[in-house]
Write a protein that binds this ligand. Structure first.
Ligand SMILES: Nc1ncnc2c1ncn2[C@@H]1O[C@H](COP(=O)(O)OS(=O)(=O)O)[C@@H](OP(=O)(O)O)[C@H]1O
Length: 408
């Protein structure tokens, strides 16, 4: 009431014309500011980008954390997906586009320097918790652009785990067996198994049985004609023994390797229908793949060299995948107890890790005569395989050294 009456006093004392002018100028000022703010909000996305990148220069900790995530040999990208389902901060969500642009920017600018190594160690728990929240809903699931299709017991797990260290590789941990056992579930099911990826990251999986699956080349081709295929090959004789060792560990009652290897041992008739032996006829299986894919889309990794020189093999694989050579000898160390190279920092952990007990098993001792006969059996197929791939895997040299040592 009081304000009402004071207004009446005011209006009665001030001439109506002045009052009108005052109100009009107020309205014009209001209109002017409204238009200005509208203009600013239209410009905001551009400014946001600029300011965001400005923070890149000033707020070291935030972006060192982000850079660490991109180049971390151990944790970074697991957090992108494993954190899915965690609540992310609404403020950060609002910056999704800008952060993604920044991530892209950092990827092209940053390189893993010793300084980053130091920063990585200094990251606090709070920082890593923040990273989980900040990045939980980025990326999308995609069908793989590269698959490790074989061979069983070739060293496929070692290769995949080493590749997963690369910040631009995201891979399913388990073997999906989509193109051999689960094809009827459809591509959506398959895609759903994949981890989310950001732009520029490669989605991968490994299922070693694809290499010997008749339908697999056609099926994979119909999904993606330009897919990259990786095949880890190993001396077929050692591979067969490794395969047998795995079966034996599950079924100790099976006959000996020597018994299973022959249709008729006296006649020297090898049982090539036994899967442990059939898988090693690489040339035969490769022929089916070559009907669908050019050799330029295939890369062959030497299972033997993957053990003695993992960084060397990794360099070639990264080149083939069009990736920066980030996984290098710095990422491996030789574990004497395991007898194999192990990762200093695997993708999902910051502590060194070797592969599990099922990788690098002790093989049973096989009759040297059987081994010699198997080498002889494989020789022409190996030669054919070297010719087809244009690579000499030198398995015959192993045979020579094996026979020398058995004579000693
Ligand atoms: N770094 C490292 N650590 C442990 N093992 C290694 C490594 N690199 C290659 N290998 C060899 O990998 C063989 C197993 O091959 P796969 O992973 O392809 O096996 S599987 O098909 O997935 O079951 C496995 O075969 P076995 O030695 O017969 O167990 C190893 O010889």
């Amino acid at each position: 009431m009081a304000s009402w009456s004071s207004t009446s006093v005011f209006t009665s004392k001030v001439p109506r014309k002045i009052l009108f002018m005052f109100t009009l100028s107020l309205s014009v000022t209001y209109l002017f500011y409204s238009l200005m703010s509208c203009y600013n909000s239209l410009q905001f996305p551009l400014q946001e980008n600029y300011v965001y990148q400005g923070r890149l220069v000033t707020e070291d900790t935030t972006f060192v954390t982000l850079r660490e995530k991109l180049y971390s040999a151990s944790q970074g990208f697991v957090e992108f997906t494993e954190a899915e389902g965690t609540t992310s901060s609404p403020t950060v969500k609002g910056h999704a586009g800008a952060e993604q642009r920044t991530v892209e920017w950092i990827r092209t600018q940053a390189s893993p320097t010793p300084a980053l190594e130091r920063d990585r160690q200094e990251i606090s728990t709070t920082d890593s918790e923040l990273r989980v929240n900040c990045t939980s809903d980025y990326g999308e699931k995609k069908l793989p652009q590269a698959i490790i299709i074989g061979v069983k017991k070739g060293g496929t797990r070692a290769l995949l785990e080493a590749l997963r260290v690369h910040p631009d590789v995201r891979a399913v941990g388990n073997e999906p067996h989509f193109f051999d056992r689960n094809y009827e579930r459809g591509l959506d099911w398959y895609k759903d198994l994949m981890p989310s990826t950001l732009e520029g990251q490669i989605t991968m999986e490994k299922t070693p049985s694809y290499f010997v699956t008749n339908h697999a080349p056609k099926r994979i081709h119909s999904m993606a004609k330009d897919i990259k295929l990786i095949i880890v090959v190993r001396n077929p004789v050692t591979r067969a023994i490794s395969d047998y060792t795995q079966t034996l560990s599950k079924k100790p009652e099976i006959p000996t390797f020597e018994v299973l290897a022959f249709k008729n041992r006296t006649l020297g008739l090898i049982d090539a229908s036994w899967s442990a032996l059939r898988i090693g006829i690489y040339a035969l299986h490769l022929e089916s793949w070559m009907q669908y894919f050019p050799l330029s889309q295939m890369h062959f990794v030497s299972g033997e060299r993957l053990i003695v020189d993992p960084a060397g093999e990794m360099a070639k694989v990264q080149d083939f995948l069009g990736l920066k050579r980030i996984v290098t000898d710095k990422h491996f160390y030789f574990n004497k107890t395991k007898g194999f190279p192990c990762l200093k920092k695997p993708e999902d952990s910051s502590t060194p890790r070797c592969l599990g007990k099922s990788k690098g098993r002790t093989h049973p001792k096989i009759d040297p005569d059987v081994i010699r006969r198997l080498h002889k059996f494989y020789k022409p197929f190996n030669m054919m395989f070297y010719q087809m791939t244009g690579q000499n895997f030198e398995w015959e040299l192993e045979e020579d050294s094996e026979s020398r040592s058995s004579q000693d």
